[in-house]
Design a protein around this ligand. Structure first.
Ligand code: FAD
Length: 525
């Protein structure tokens, strides 16, 4: 038994856990961080980062094929994808980031234990005892616990995942996976499925996506999905929607997936047409489930529903006082940055409860959660989608601007896609935005900042955007809400009375000028 009493023990060192550990250490807490595999979790080892390394290889390949010649670059010889090299590059990036996180943990004097952590017993009064089964078995004691054990791929027994022909995303992102199949079936047209479809198609596979819902990426804006499907179609990615998979099997090294229409009632299933899809390899990406096995939840008073940890949605505390849970293990929005954000919330609440730290109680706020999808065209979105608002009879106005109208995008050879902004018709509050095209996820960040700070749409249009940049699209789309985009022909909406107010504000001197004086602009070379 380690004699030290930690302020916080964090189980799981993914983007939720390691972020929380560093944040707590910044506020002078004594922190233990426990990880059974490698720091960085799913995100770094078999999620966000490896897929984005592959995405970058795929994108570069597209750029070379599409643009090299007319950009004035002659390629002498054949352009050939080399997936093995892309895998080596991906592995190097992952290893470098793991070392970086380990160094940060060390610099912050966080005690990192490699091993499987579980709660043995305890309470907020006595502290909690945690067993760590690594090379040796250790027990530590902490005043509070944060559970950040993440999630794993859902395994459906009838999908016969053999990790050879029928794979999960973990298999594909493994350090040693270097196969580009001639044909590939992807079960599940969600974010992960659509990202893999783009990567493998660019590296030469014939790709077919089978999706259960009426549409791939069903939660995105209809117009955005339409644009992505157009692109997938051009690339030759086949998409079959409304397909319920009954079984997947491997016969003579070929994978066969049997499906029927998903919207058929069970009593009619016998009569309905059955489809069979065949390929060399299959990736199953149909969701993830929380990692709670062996955590010792039964030794304390932690409730689970559908195998995920139940928390107070405001404080992130579980039913056991003093134990919090963050990230994928709570089954909420499964995104790395949400896990990290929840890490901050839990740490502040934990340290404030313990007392003596310069923190305060905080509550979660999920109004502004940007999300990015790196598929055939990049997608970024934040806030509400138009259908959600229309279903609730909220009157909205939408502004839209396409990359094709931007000088910078033309120079980059990136004219596909558009950005749309949704505004409350009565208040001019920005309620959401979606973008599809190059750097979509970066462009959405400006709108996320505006929404978080409750800016009105005119506050975006009143901000000078540098030329020529992609960010001008945010300004043009914002102006388009009232038909005022300079580079899009649309009738001006006249009835908005405070537009005059807006124009006045646009030309009013900033308060900062009075305090700091005029910024001298120099254009030097
Ligand atoms: P995890 O990252 O899963 O980390 C949990 C950690 O806890 C793991 O390291 C695990 O080994 C450890 N652990 C589990 N049990 C124990 C135990 N008992 N003792 C000790 N350690 C334990 N999100 C995005 O925001 N952007 C993306 O582009 C994106 N792409 C993705 C692509 C793929 C293919 C996948 C699968 C996911 C992707 N995600 C993406 C989702 C993102 O990876 C997760 O939402 C995020 O990693 C969740 O963070 P976490 O800290 O909650 O859990």
């Amino acid at each position: 038994m380690n004699k030290k009493i930690y302020d916080i023990a964090i189980i799981g060192a993914g983007p939720g856990g390691y972020h929380a550990a560093i944040r707590a250490a910044q506020y002078d807490a004594k922190v233990a961080l426990i990880e059974t595999e490698k720091v960085g979790g799913t995100c770094l080892n078999r999620g966000c980062i490896p897929t984005k390394a592959f995405y970058s290889s795929a994108k570069l390949m597209e750029d070379i094929e599409k643009n090299a010649k007319n950009f004035g670059i002659d390629i002498i010889g054949e352009i050939k994808p080399n997936f093995g090299n892309a895998v080596e590059r991906k592995n190097k990036i992952v290893n470098e980031l793991i070392s970086g996180i380990e160094l940060l943990i060390k610099q912050r004097k966080i005690d990192l234990f490699y091993g499987f952590g579980s709660i043995v017993e305890g309470s907020i009064e006595s502290g909690f005892f945690i067993k760590i089964e690594g090379k040796e078995i250790t027990e530590i004691r902490a005043k509070r616990i944060i559970l950040a054990t993440g999630s794993k791929c859902t395994i459906n027994p009838s999908f016969n995942i053999d990790h050879k022909h029928i794979l999960t995303s973990d298999d594909v992102l493994d350090f040693n996976f270097k196969t580009i199949p001639k044909s590939l079936l992807i079960i599940g047209g969600g974010v992960i499925g659509c990202e893999f479809a783009n990567i493998f198609r660019r590296f030469g596979s014939e790709v077919t996506i089978l999706e259960y819902l009426p549409s791939i990426l069903a939660i995105e804006e209809t117009l955005i999905i339409k644009e992505l499907k157009k692109k997938f179609n051009l690339m030759g990615v086949k998409i079959y929607e409304n397909q319920q998979i009954d079984k997947i099997e491997t016969i003579d090294s070929r994978v066969k997936a049997y499906a029927h229409k998903a919207d058929i009632k069970s009593e009619k299933r016998q009569e309905t047409e059955k489809n069979m899809y065949e390929a060399d390899l299959c990736i199953v990406s149909v969701g993830r489930k929380a990692n709670i096995q062996g955590l010792g939840l039964e030794n304390v008073n932690i409730k689970t529903i559908q195998e995920r940890i139940v928390v107070n949605p405001n404080s992130l505390e579980t039913d056991e006082k003093g134990i919090y849970a963050i990230g994928d293990v709570t089954g909420g929005v499964m995104l790395a940055h949400v896990a990290s954000y929840e890490g901050d919330i839990a740490v502040f609440n934990v340290l404030t409860d313990i007392g003596g730290f310069d923190t305060f109680h905080v509550e979660t706020d999920y109004f502004v959660v940007p999300a990015s999808i790196f598929t055939a065209l990049e997608i970024g979105s934040v806030g509400y989608k138009s259908k959600f608002l229309e279903d609730r009879n909220i009157k909205i106005r939408t502004g839209r601007f396409g990359y094709a109208g931007l000088g910078k995008a033309k120079c980059m050879g990136e004219e596909e896609g558009f950005l749309m902004i949704i505004v409350d018709e009565e208040t001019d509050d920005i309620l959401g935005a979606s973008c599809i095209g190059v750097a979509a996820s970066e462009l959405i960040a400006e709108i996320a900042l505006a929404m978080k700070n409750k800016l009105k749409i005119n506050e975006i249009t009143n901000t000078i955007h540098s030329h020529p940049t992609l960010s001008e699209m945010v300004m043009e789309a914002a102006e388009d809400v009232y038909g005022l985009s300079i580079h899009r022909k649309r009738r001006r909406i006249k009835e908005k009375i405070d537009l005059k107010e807006d124009m006045i504000q646009k030309f009013t001197k900033s308060e900062h000028l009075k305090k700091y004086g005029l910024i001298k602009l120099e254009f030097t070379n």
